[in-house]
Design a protein around this ligand. Structure first.
Ligand code: ADE
Length: 223
């Protein structure tokens, strides 16, 4: 899979994709991530990519021309074009799974005051928000989306069976609690059942604990 990000702040992307699982996926050629500076497609001599809103108001608006030019160059038949914006559809695991099946994603991350509406209307396939809060720009949301999608690309996770048991899978509550050594720390003990070797009992305990956490923290996930 190839993921390209068009942003005003390419330097923000140094780091998150250069460590751990995503780094390995890139090295193995499973996921190609390319970050583009949108100013590359600015037409005027000041290289401006944003401007004041028609009708007045605060802040600057991302212009339509540089986005149009960027997409003209980057887009191909198989591209899915995504705009990161608080007005978008809320991102979740189901959407991450869908996006992981595409060959080519192009993410547009504007700095947040707004986008020229013609970008939304004519240039993008989907608008996505990572949650009901407003960030200073779409860069962190783009990173979140890339991370969540890239780990679902086949062979990126060395143990894909881990995916079957994690939170937000269909008909499944939040993850159950996990422990590792030591067995006792500061008087805090690992639940006895996990030391028992009784797989049936362990399974039962995990289901019960998962339900308890889900009911407490995310009752909306219980049907
Ligand atoms: N830009 C600013 N806030 C955002 C959010 N919550 N999701 C996506 N893009 C954003």
């Amino acid at each position: 899979m190839k993921i390209e990000v068009v942003t005003l702040f390419p330097k923000m992307f140094v780091g998150p994709f250069d460590e751990s699982i995503i780094k390995r996926a890139r090295e193995k050629g499973l996921v190609e991530i390319v970050i583009h500076d949108i100013r590359k497609w600015a037409k005027d001599r000041h290289k401006s990519v944003d401007d004041r809103p028609y009708g007045g108001g605060v802040g600057m608006i991302l212009k339509v021309e540089p986005v149009y030019e960027a997409l003209k160059e980057l887009k191909s038949k198989n591209s899915k074009i995504i705009l990161l914006t608080p007005q978008g559809k809320t991102f979740n695991q189901t959407l991450a799974r869908k996006l992981s099946k595409f060959q080519h994603l192009i993410l547009i991350a504007g700095h947040y005051e707004g986008y020229d509406e013609r970008i939304r209307k004519h240039l993008v396939d989907e608008e996505i928000s990572i949650g009901d809060y407003v960030l200073t720009g779409g860069e962190l949301p783009a990173m979140v989306l890339v991370d969540a999608v890239a780990r679902l690309v086949p062979k990126v996770l060395v143990k894909p069976e881990a995916l079957r048991h994690e939170s937000f899978n269909q008909n499944q509550g939040l993850d159950y609690p996990q422990f590792t050594r030591p067995e006792k720390f500061q008087g805090w003990r690992v639940p006895k059942v996990l030391l028992s070797g009784n797989h049936k009992e362990i399974e039962k305990w995990r289901k019960k604990e998962s339900f308890k956490t889900t009911k407490k923290n995310r009752p909306d996930l219980i049907k």
